[in-house]
Design a protein around this ligand. Structure first.
Ligand SMILES: Cc1cc2nc3c(=O)[nH]c(=O)nc-3n(C[C@H](O)[C@H](O)[C@H](O)COP(=O)(O)OP(=O)(O)OC[C@H]3O[C@@H](n4cnc5c(N)ncnc54)[C@H](O)[C@@H]3O)c2cc1C
Length: 385
Protein backbone atom coordinates (compact mmCIF):
# COMPACT_ATOMS: atom_id res chain seq x y z
CA UNK A 1 0.00 0.00 0.00
CA UNK A 2 1.21 3.54 -0.78
CA UNK A 3 2.37 5.69 2.12
CA UNK A 4 0.92 8.85 0.61
CA UNK A 5 -2.84 9.51 0.33
CA UNK A 6 -4.32 9.15 -3.17
CA UNK A 7 -4.90 12.92 -3.33
CA UNK A 8 -1.11 13.43 -3.20
CA UNK A 9 -0.09 10.85 -5.81
CA UNK A 10 -1.01 12.46 -9.14
CA UNK A 11 1.79 12.10 -11.67
CA UNK A 12 0.85 15.41 -13.27
CA UNK A 13 1.95 18.65 -11.60
CA UNK A 14 -0.79 20.67 -13.36
CA UNK A 15 -3.58 18.21 -12.45
CA UNK A 16 -3.12 17.31 -8.77
CA UNK A 17 -6.37 15.28 -8.65
CA UNK A 18 -5.47 13.07 -11.58
CA UNK A 19 -4.69 9.95 -9.52
CA UNK A 20 -7.44 10.59 -6.97
CA UNK A 21 -10.02 10.44 -9.81
CA UNK A 22 -8.52 7.16 -11.02
CA UNK A 23 -8.62 5.75 -7.47
CA UNK A 24 -12.23 6.90 -7.04
CA UNK A 25 -13.20 5.09 -10.25
CA UNK A 26 -11.90 1.91 -8.55
CA UNK A 27 -14.04 2.53 -5.46
CA UNK A 28 -11.41 4.37 -3.40
CA UNK A 29 -11.59 7.72 -1.64
CA UNK A 30 -9.30 10.66 -2.40
CA UNK A 31 -7.98 10.70 1.17
CA UNK A 32 -7.51 6.92 1.21
CA UNK A 33 -4.42 4.85 0.42
CA UNK A 34 -4.19 2.95 -2.84
CA UNK A 35 -2.39 -0.31 -3.44
CA UNK A 36 0.94 0.08 -5.17
CA UNK A 37 -0.10 -2.20 -8.00
CA UNK A 38 -2.89 0.25 -8.90
CA UNK A 39 -0.39 3.10 -8.87
CA UNK A 40 1.92 1.03 -11.10
CA UNK A 41 -0.94 0.44 -13.56
CA UNK A 42 -1.75 4.17 -13.47
CA UNK A 43 1.83 5.15 -14.32
CA UNK A 44 1.98 2.54 -17.07
CA UNK A 45 -1.25 3.86 -18.62
CA UNK A 46 0.15 7.40 -18.71
CA UNK A 47 3.40 6.19 -20.22
CA UNK A 48 1.59 4.08 -22.81
CA UNK A 49 -0.56 7.01 -23.88
CA UNK A 50 2.58 9.10 -24.44
CA UNK A 51 4.23 6.24 -26.33
CA UNK A 52 1.03 5.87 -28.37
CA UNK A 53 1.27 9.40 -29.73
CA UNK A 54 4.93 8.92 -30.54
CA UNK A 55 6.31 11.23 -27.83
CA UNK A 56 8.25 8.59 -25.93
CA UNK A 57 9.97 5.28 -26.36
CA UNK A 58 11.00 2.91 -23.60
CA UNK A 59 14.25 0.98 -23.90
CA UNK A 60 14.60 -1.89 -21.42
CA UNK A 61 18.35 -1.80 -20.99
CA UNK A 62 20.81 -0.28 -18.53
CA UNK A 63 23.03 2.65 -19.30
CA UNK A 64 26.58 1.72 -18.31
CA UNK A 65 28.31 4.91 -19.37
CA UNK A 66 27.42 8.38 -20.65
CA UNK A 67 29.74 10.74 -22.48
CA UNK A 68 29.12 14.18 -24.01
CA UNK A 69 30.93 14.62 -27.35
CA UNK A 70 30.36 17.67 -29.54
CA UNK A 71 27.09 18.54 -27.79
CA UNK A 72 25.72 15.01 -28.15
CA UNK A 73 25.36 12.43 -25.35
CA UNK A 74 26.50 8.94 -26.24
CA UNK A 75 25.04 6.33 -23.93
CA UNK A 76 26.67 2.90 -23.81
CA UNK A 77 24.01 0.25 -23.06
CA UNK A 78 24.52 -3.13 -21.38
CA UNK A 79 23.57 -4.94 -24.60
CA UNK A 80 26.38 -3.25 -26.54
CA UNK A 81 24.25 -0.68 -28.36
CA UNK A 82 24.91 3.06 -28.20
CA UNK A 83 22.09 5.62 -27.87
CA UNK A 84 22.55 9.26 -28.82
CA UNK A 85 20.71 12.14 -27.18
CA UNK A 86 20.86 15.93 -27.09
CA UNK A 87 19.79 16.09 -23.46
CA UNK A 88 20.19 13.65 -20.58
CA UNK A 89 18.07 13.54 -17.41
CA UNK A 90 19.26 11.30 -14.59
CA UNK A 91 16.14 9.85 -12.93
CA UNK A 92 17.83 6.76 -11.54
CA UNK A 93 16.14 6.94 -8.13
CA UNK A 94 17.49 5.62 -4.86
CA UNK A 95 20.80 3.81 -4.70
CA UNK A 96 21.02 0.56 -2.78
CA UNK A 97 21.95 0.87 0.92
CA UNK A 98 25.48 1.28 2.14
CA UNK A 99 26.85 -2.19 3.01
CA UNK A 100 26.98 -2.75 6.78
CA UNK A 101 30.53 -3.23 8.04
CA UNK A 102 29.59 -5.87 10.63
CA UNK A 103 28.34 -8.13 7.81
CA UNK A 104 31.43 -7.84 5.58
CA UNK A 105 32.24 -11.56 5.90
CA UNK A 106 28.68 -12.77 6.35
CA UNK A 107 28.20 -14.40 2.96
CA UNK A 108 24.95 -15.09 1.13
CA UNK A 109 22.68 -15.08 4.20
CA UNK A 110 23.18 -11.30 4.38
CA UNK A 111 21.19 -9.40 1.76
CA UNK A 112 22.37 -5.83 1.24
CA UNK A 113 19.78 -4.69 -1.32
CA UNK A 114 16.26 -5.02 0.13
CA UNK A 115 14.66 -3.97 -3.19
CA UNK A 116 16.38 -6.46 -5.50
CA UNK A 117 16.03 -10.06 -6.70
CA UNK A 118 18.22 -11.35 -3.88
CA UNK A 119 15.77 -10.03 -1.24
CA UNK A 120 12.81 -11.51 -3.14
CA UNK A 121 14.70 -14.84 -3.23
CA UNK A 122 15.33 -14.64 0.54
CA UNK A 123 11.62 -13.98 1.20
CA UNK A 124 10.69 -17.03 -0.92
CA UNK A 125 13.18 -19.25 0.93
CA UNK A 126 11.98 -18.02 4.33
CA UNK A 127 8.38 -18.75 3.35
CA UNK A 128 9.25 -22.22 1.99
CA UNK A 129 11.67 -23.38 4.69
CA UNK A 130 10.81 -21.20 7.71
CA UNK A 131 13.51 -19.76 9.97
CA UNK A 132 14.16 -16.44 11.62
CA UNK A 133 14.84 -13.04 10.06
CA UNK A 134 16.77 -9.99 11.21
CA UNK A 135 15.90 -6.72 9.51
CA UNK A 136 18.44 -3.97 10.14
CA UNK A 137 16.61 -0.64 10.16
CA UNK A 138 13.08 0.14 11.40
CA UNK A 139 11.84 2.59 8.74
CA UNK A 140 9.63 2.28 5.66
CA UNK A 141 11.77 -0.42 4.05
CA UNK A 142 11.51 -2.58 7.19
CA UNK A 143 7.73 -2.10 7.17
CA UNK A 144 7.68 -3.18 3.52
CA UNK A 145 9.77 -6.28 4.13
CA UNK A 146 7.83 -7.32 7.24
CA UNK A 147 4.54 -7.00 5.35
CA UNK A 148 5.95 -8.78 2.28
CA UNK A 149 7.00 -11.70 4.49
CA UNK A 150 3.64 -11.75 6.26
CA UNK A 151 1.63 -11.57 3.00
CA UNK A 152 3.70 -14.37 1.48
CA UNK A 153 2.71 -16.64 4.39
CA UNK A 154 5.88 -16.43 6.50
CA UNK A 155 5.11 -17.19 10.15
CA UNK A 156 8.65 -17.20 11.57
CA UNK A 157 10.18 -14.69 13.95
CA UNK A 158 11.24 -11.25 12.68
CA UNK A 159 13.50 -8.96 14.67
CA UNK A 160 13.79 -5.37 13.40
CA UNK A 161 16.68 -3.45 14.88
CA UNK A 162 17.85 0.16 14.71
CA UNK A 163 19.77 2.45 17.02
CA UNK A 164 16.64 4.10 18.42
CA UNK A 165 13.99 1.53 17.48
CA UNK A 166 11.78 4.28 16.04
CA UNK A 167 9.09 3.08 13.62
CA UNK A 168 7.18 5.32 11.14
CA UNK A 169 4.04 6.76 12.73
CA UNK A 170 0.59 6.21 11.32
CA UNK A 171 -1.41 8.62 9.21
CA UNK A 172 -4.63 9.81 10.86
CA UNK A 173 -7.23 12.43 10.01
CA UNK A 174 -6.47 15.93 11.25
CA UNK A 175 -7.57 19.49 10.58
CA UNK A 176 -4.87 21.16 8.45
CA UNK A 177 -3.29 24.25 10.02
CA UNK A 178 -1.53 26.06 7.15
CA UNK A 179 1.13 28.58 8.02
CA UNK A 180 2.91 31.35 6.10
CA UNK A 181 6.65 30.93 5.52
CA UNK A 182 7.30 34.25 7.27
CA UNK A 183 5.72 32.94 10.48
CA UNK A 184 8.25 30.09 10.80
CA UNK A 185 11.52 31.00 12.53
CA UNK A 186 13.96 29.20 10.21
CA UNK A 187 17.75 29.57 10.05
CA UNK A 188 18.68 27.01 12.68
CA UNK A 189 17.55 23.49 13.48
CA UNK A 190 16.92 24.48 17.08
CA UNK A 191 14.62 27.38 16.23
CA UNK A 192 12.66 25.16 13.82
CA UNK A 193 12.48 22.39 16.40
CA UNK A 194 11.20 24.71 19.11
CA UNK A 195 8.59 26.14 16.76
CA UNK A 196 7.49 22.65 15.78
CA UNK A 197 7.08 21.57 19.40
CA UNK A 198 5.07 24.68 20.29
CA UNK A 199 2.91 24.40 17.19
CA UNK A 200 2.37 20.65 17.77
CA UNK A 201 1.00 21.41 21.22
CA UNK A 202 -1.44 23.91 19.67
CA UNK A 203 -2.67 22.11 16.52
CA UNK A 204 -1.38 18.51 16.84
CA UNK A 205 1.92 17.16 15.52
CA UNK A 206 0.56 15.90 12.19
CA UNK A 207 -0.92 19.30 11.29
CA UNK A 208 2.25 21.07 12.48
CA UNK A 209 4.60 18.85 10.44
CA UNK A 210 2.46 18.91 7.31
CA UNK A 211 2.14 22.70 7.44
CA UNK A 212 5.90 22.85 6.75
CA UNK A 213 5.53 20.88 3.54
CA UNK A 214 4.92 23.76 1.07
CA UNK A 215 7.91 25.59 2.59
CA UNK A 216 10.31 22.65 2.95
CA UNK A 217 12.66 23.66 0.11
CA UNK A 218 12.91 27.27 1.34
CA UNK A 219 13.44 26.18 4.96
CA UNK A 220 16.11 23.64 3.97
CA UNK A 221 17.95 26.19 1.83
CA UNK A 222 17.70 28.69 4.71
CA UNK A 223 19.93 26.42 6.83
CA UNK A 224 23.68 26.84 6.35
CA UNK A 225 25.99 23.86 5.83
CA UNK A 226 26.61 23.39 9.56
CA UNK A 227 22.88 23.49 10.34
CA UNK A 228 22.01 21.06 7.54
CA UNK A 229 24.66 18.69 8.92
CA UNK A 230 23.20 19.14 12.38
CA UNK A 231 19.75 18.25 11.03
CA UNK A 232 21.07 15.07 9.39
CA UNK A 233 22.95 14.07 12.56
CA UNK A 234 20.36 14.79 15.24
CA UNK A 235 16.91 15.57 13.89
CA UNK A 236 16.60 13.31 10.88
CA UNK A 237 15.60 10.04 12.62
CA UNK A 238 12.72 11.87 14.36
CA UNK A 239 11.79 13.84 11.27
CA UNK A 240 11.65 10.72 9.09
CA UNK A 241 9.28 8.74 11.31
CA UNK A 242 6.87 11.65 11.80
CA UNK A 243 7.03 13.07 8.29
CA UNK A 244 7.03 9.84 6.20
CA UNK A 245 4.05 8.11 7.75
CA UNK A 246 2.38 4.81 6.92
CA UNK A 247 -1.26 4.07 6.06
CA UNK A 248 -3.39 3.27 9.14
CA UNK A 249 -4.13 -0.23 7.75
CA UNK A 250 -0.39 -0.86 7.43
CA UNK A 251 0.26 0.43 10.97
CA UNK A 252 -2.50 -1.88 12.27
CA UNK A 253 -0.87 -4.91 10.63
CA UNK A 254 2.53 -4.01 12.07
CA UNK A 255 1.00 -3.58 15.56
CA UNK A 256 -0.78 -6.94 15.22
CA UNK A 257 2.47 -8.68 14.26
CA UNK A 258 4.16 -7.12 17.31
CA UNK A 259 1.25 -8.10 19.59
CA UNK A 260 1.36 -11.71 18.29
CA UNK A 261 5.08 -11.88 19.05
CA UNK A 262 6.00 -12.37 15.37
CA UNK A 263 7.77 -9.04 15.06
CA UNK A 264 10.05 -7.58 17.70
CA UNK A 265 11.29 -4.00 17.39
CA UNK A 266 14.65 -3.60 19.09
CA UNK A 267 16.70 -0.50 19.85
CA UNK A 268 20.31 -1.56 19.71
CA UNK A 269 23.42 -2.17 17.72
CA UNK A 270 24.99 -5.04 15.82
CA UNK A 271 28.58 -5.61 16.95
CA UNK A 272 29.55 -8.57 14.77
CA UNK A 273 28.11 -11.25 12.51
CA UNK A 274 29.51 -14.62 11.44
CA UNK A 275 28.22 -17.58 9.46
CA UNK A 276 26.85 -20.24 11.84
CA UNK A 277 24.81 -23.40 11.25
CA UNK A 278 23.64 -22.41 7.77
CA UNK A 279 22.59 -18.98 9.02
CA UNK A 280 24.27 -16.10 10.81
CA UNK A 281 25.23 -15.62 14.45
CA UNK A 282 24.71 -11.94 15.17
CA UNK A 283 26.07 -10.24 18.26
CA UNK A 284 23.62 -7.57 19.39
CA UNK A 285 23.88 -5.00 22.15
CA UNK A 286 20.46 -3.75 23.16
CA UNK A 287 20.09 -0.09 24.08
CA UNK A 288 20.50 0.52 27.80
CA UNK A 289 22.43 -2.72 28.32
CA UNK A 290 26.21 -2.91 28.69
CA UNK A 291 26.27 -6.56 27.61
CA UNK A 292 25.84 -8.09 24.21
CA UNK A 293 24.24 -11.38 23.29
CA UNK A 294 24.52 -13.65 20.26
CA UNK A 295 21.40 -14.61 18.32
CA UNK A 296 21.10 -16.85 15.29
CA UNK A 297 19.13 -15.78 12.20
CA UNK A 298 18.53 -17.56 8.90
CA UNK A 299 18.59 -14.31 6.94
CA UNK A 300 19.63 -10.73 7.63
CA UNK A 301 18.34 -8.00 5.31
CA UNK A 302 19.69 -4.46 5.24
CA UNK A 303 16.71 -2.09 5.61
CA UNK A 304 18.71 1.00 6.59
CA UNK A 305 17.40 2.92 3.58
CA UNK A 306 18.89 4.39 0.42
CA UNK A 307 22.62 5.08 0.13
CA UNK A 308 23.43 8.34 1.88
CA UNK A 309 26.95 8.93 0.53
CA UNK A 310 26.73 9.37 -3.22
CA UNK A 311 30.49 8.97 -3.66
CA UNK A 312 30.07 5.32 -2.66
CA UNK A 313 27.58 4.44 -5.37
CA UNK A 314 28.16 1.14 -7.18
CA UNK A 315 26.04 2.25 -10.15
CA UNK A 316 28.30 2.19 -13.21
CA UNK A 317 26.66 5.20 -14.92
CA UNK A 318 26.88 7.46 -11.85
CA UNK A 319 30.34 6.15 -10.94
CA UNK A 320 31.67 7.07 -14.40
CA UNK A 321 30.09 10.54 -14.33
CA UNK A 322 31.48 11.21 -10.84
CA UNK A 323 34.96 9.81 -11.56
CA UNK A 324 35.33 11.87 -14.75
CA UNK A 325 34.21 15.04 -12.94
CA UNK A 326 31.19 15.55 -15.23
CA UNK A 327 29.01 15.66 -12.09
CA UNK A 328 29.97 16.48 -8.52
CA UNK A 329 28.61 15.42 -5.15
CA UNK A 330 26.56 18.16 -3.49
CA UNK A 331 27.85 20.11 -0.47
CA UNK A 332 26.66 17.37 1.91
CA UNK A 333 27.83 14.48 -0.27
CA UNK A 334 24.34 12.90 -0.24
CA UNK A 335 23.37 13.55 -3.87
CA UNK A 336 24.57 15.45 -6.93
CA UNK A 337 25.24 19.16 -7.11
CA UNK A 338 22.51 20.80 -9.19
CA UNK A 339 21.60 24.42 -9.87
CA UNK A 340 18.18 26.05 -9.42
CA UNK A 341 16.99 24.38 -12.66
CA UNK A 342 18.16 20.95 -11.41
CA UNK A 343 20.99 21.03 -13.95
CA UNK A 344 23.90 18.81 -12.97
CA UNK A 345 26.08 19.77 -15.93
CA UNK A 346 25.99 20.74 -19.59
CA UNK A 347 22.79 19.37 -21.17
CA UNK A 348 22.48 17.24 -18.05
CA UNK A 349 19.70 17.25 -15.45
CA UNK A 350 19.13 15.21 -12.30
CA UNK A 351 15.90 14.67 -10.41
CA UNK A 352 14.32 12.88 -7.49
CA UNK A 353 16.42 11.46 -4.64
CA UNK A 354 19.65 12.35 -6.49
CA UNK A 355 18.92 16.01 -5.72
CA UNK A 356 18.16 15.74 -2.00
CA UNK A 357 21.23 17.80 -1.05
CA UNK A 358 19.67 20.85 -2.71
CA UNK A 359 16.01 20.25 -1.84
CA UNK A 360 15.95 17.61 0.94
CA UNK A 361 12.21 16.87 0.53
CA UNK A 362 12.41 15.47 -2.99
CA UNK A 363 11.88 11.76 -2.56
CA UNK A 364 8.10 11.34 -2.87
CA UNK A 365 5.78 11.83 -5.84
CA UNK A 366 4.16 15.13 -4.72
CA UNK A 367 7.61 16.78 -4.80
CA UNK A 368 9.18 14.93 -7.72
CA UNK A 369 6.35 15.62 -10.19
CA UNK A 370 6.80 19.41 -9.89
CA UNK A 371 10.53 19.04 -10.43
CA UNK A 372 9.97 16.74 -13.42
CA UNK A 373 7.63 19.27 -15.08
CA UNK A 374 10.10 22.12 -14.50
CA UNK A 375 12.97 20.06 -15.95
CA UNK A 376 10.90 19.13 -19.02
CA UNK A 377 10.29 22.86 -19.65
CA UNK A 378 13.96 23.65 -19.14
CA UNK A 379 15.06 20.90 -21.57
CA UNK A 380 12.59 22.15 -24.19
CA UNK A 381 13.94 25.71 -23.75
CA UNK A 382 17.55 24.61 -23.99
CA UNK A 383 17.03 22.48 -27.10
CA UNK A 384 15.19 25.28 -28.90
CA UNK A 385 18.15 27.64 -28.53
C1 LIG B 1 9.93 1.54 1.29
C2 LIG B 1 9.63 2.79 0.52
C3 LIG B 1 8.31 3.21 0.38
C4 LIG B 1 8.00 4.37 -0.34
N1 LIG B 1 6.69 4.75 -0.46
C5 LIG B 1 6.37 5.86 -1.19
C6 LIG B 1 5.00 6.27 -1.36
O1 LIG B 1 4.07 5.64 -0.88
N2 LIG B 1 4.76 7.39 -2.07
C7 LIG B 1 5.76 8.12 -2.64
O2 LIG B 1 5.47 9.14 -3.29
N3 LIG B 1 7.06 7.75 -2.50
C8 LIG B 1 7.38 6.63 -1.80
N4 LIG B 1 8.70 6.25 -1.66
C9 LIG B 1 9.74 7.02 -2.32
C10 LIG B 1 9.78 6.64 -3.79
O3 LIG B 1 9.66 5.26 -3.95
C11 LIG B 1 11.07 7.02 -4.49
O4 LIG B 1 11.69 8.12 -3.91
C12 LIG B 1 10.68 7.32 -5.94
O5 LIG B 1 10.29 6.10 -6.56
C13 LIG B 1 11.79 7.93 -6.72
O6 LIG B 1 11.32 8.06 -8.06
P1 LIG B 1 12.32 8.11 -9.24
O7 LIG B 1 11.51 8.09 -10.50
O8 LIG B 1 13.28 9.23 -9.03
O9 LIG B 1 13.17 6.76 -9.12
P2 LIG B 1 12.69 5.23 -9.17
O10 LIG B 1 11.23 5.09 -9.02
O11 LIG B 1 13.59 4.51 -8.23
O12 LIG B 1 13.06 4.79 -10.66
C14 LIG B 1 14.41 4.75 -11.11
C15 LIG B 1 14.43 3.99 -12.41
O13 LIG B 1 15.70 4.15 -13.04
C16 LIG B 1 16.15 2.89 -13.50
N5 LIG B 1 17.62 2.92 -13.59
C17 LIG B 1 18.52 3.12 -12.58
N6 LIG B 1 19.78 3.13 -13.05
C18 LIG B 1 19.69 2.97 -14.39
C19 LIG B 1 20.66 2.87 -15.45
N7 LIG B 1 21.98 3.00 -15.23
N8 LIG B 1 20.20 2.65 -16.73
C20 LIG B 1 18.86 2.54 -16.98
N9 LIG B 1 17.92 2.64 -16.03
C21 LIG B 1 18.32 2.83 -14.74
C22 LIG B 1 15.62 1.91 -12.49
O14 LIG B 1 15.58 0.60 -13.01
C23 LIG B 1 14.22 2.50 -12.26
O15 LIG B 1 13.32 2.06 -13.24
C24 LIG B 1 9.03 5.11 -0.93
C25 LIG B 1 10.37 4.68 -0.81
C26 LIG B 1 10.67 3.54 -0.09
C27 LIG B 1 12.10 3.09 0.04
Amino acid sequence: MLNVRAEGMSALADDPDHFARRFKAEGGHRTGFAERRLFGRYLREILESVIGIGHAEVDHSSVLEARLDDGLWRLALNDGRVLRARALALAVGNQEPQPLGAFAGAGERYVNNPWGDEARGAVRKLVDHGGSTLLIGTGLTMVDLALSLDSAGYRGRIVALSRRGQVPRSHADFDPAPVELGAIPGGTVLSLWRWLRRRSAEVGWRAAIDSLRPHSHALWQGLDLEQQRRFLRHARPWWDVHRHRIAPQVAARIHAMVAEGRLEIVAGQVLAANPAGGGLAVEIRRRGSDRSSSERFDYVINCTGPLHVIGQTQDSLLRGLLDSGVVRPDHLGIGLEVDEHSRAGKRLWALGPLTKGRYWEIIAVPDIRGQAAAIADDIARELKE
